[in-house]
Design a binder for this molecule. Structure first.
Ligand code: B1M
Length: 211
């Protein structure tokens, strides 16, 4: 891995916002592939932060600082990731489920879908099933994309699908799900129309569903 990617990774782990910005700008100037900056530098860093948290070597404040540094780097990468390819058309409402505040993966999925030509309604984090029902009624998205990072909030994906059924809207929208603890088997079990383990795959899943 190139030195600058290692520097980006370490700066995210250490929550050094300004260093991340400086290094991501430098990497882009050096014409490094944005996908490599994202995956080898930035996403790897968050995986390491999670492992340190699990081992009791770092705590919530460190995770927050790393997340802030990651978001700063993502903002700089955004223009490269969102070079719109107008082939796909469709509207996606995306949000992190109720009780869950993790939004980096959700933001990344939203950016990649936007880059693929989808119109994005970003509902943010901690999105209750009732809110999704209201959005489907009022804004008629083709797809609802749900993210969950906690095993304790995953059941709110099922609750959202159930709420859409109860409101008689289940056939008006395709629900796709993802996030670190979510599996294809879980997606099938709750009746989701699609599952993706990462942002790039989410684009293919969404395109297949509207195509
Ligand atoms: Co938290 N956290 N966190 N956290 N956090 C995890 C998820 C954890 C795995 C860490 C660990 O223990 N190793 C653990 C969950 C354990 C579990 O449930 N199994 C955990 C915990 C326990 C917690 C708290 C409970 C800690 C506490 O307070 N004691 C707490 C919960 C708060 C809440 O949500 N109610 C908490 C809080 C936080 C912060 C706020 C400090 C911060 C989030 C800040 C933010 O998002 N703005 C944070 C962070 C940063 C993490 C880790 C370190 C990194 C997450 C991340 O951004 N990854 C995380 C450890 C880890 O994931 N390894 C951890 C990078 C991102 C690009 O990946 O989000 O997986 P990810 O997204 C991927 C795919 O999953 C997929 O595509 C993305 C790109 O490839 N994807 C989708 C995601 N959503 C999708 C939707 C789709 C499709 C694909 O739709 C179709």
């Amino acid at each position: 891995m190139s030195d600058i990617l290692i520097e980006i990774k370490n700066a995210i782990i250490d929550g050094q916002n300004d260093v991340v910005k400086e290094k991501v700008e430098a990497a882009l100037k050096q014409d490094l592939n944005p996908a490599d900056i994202l995956n080898a530098g930035m996403v790897e860093a968050m995986a390491e932060v999670g492992q340190r948290f699990e081992r009791g070597e770092s705590f919530v404040p460190e995770m927050l600082l790393a997340a802030r540094a990651m978001q700063s780097g993502l903002a700089l990468l955004r223009p490269s990731l969102v070079k719109v390819d107008f082939k796909a058309t469709g509207k996606v409402a995306i949000g992190t489920v109720k009780g869950d505040l993790h939004d980096i993966g959700k933001n990344l999925v939203g950016m990649m879908l936007e880059g693929a030509g989808f119109e994005i309604l970003d509902l943010g984090t901690d999105v209750a099933p009732e809110k999704i029902v209201a959005v489907v009624k009022d804004s008629s998205p083709d797809i609802v994309a749900l993210s969950a990072l906690l095993t304790t909030t995953m059941p709110n994906m099922k609750a959202t699908i159930e709420a859409l059924k109860t409101a008689g809207l289940r056939d008006r929208v395709k629900v796709i799900v993802g996030g670190a603890p979510v599996t294809e088997a879980y997606a099938k079990q709750i009746g989701a129309a699609g599952f993706s383990p990462n942002a790039a795959r989410a684009v293919h899943v969404a395109k297949d569903l509207v195509g």
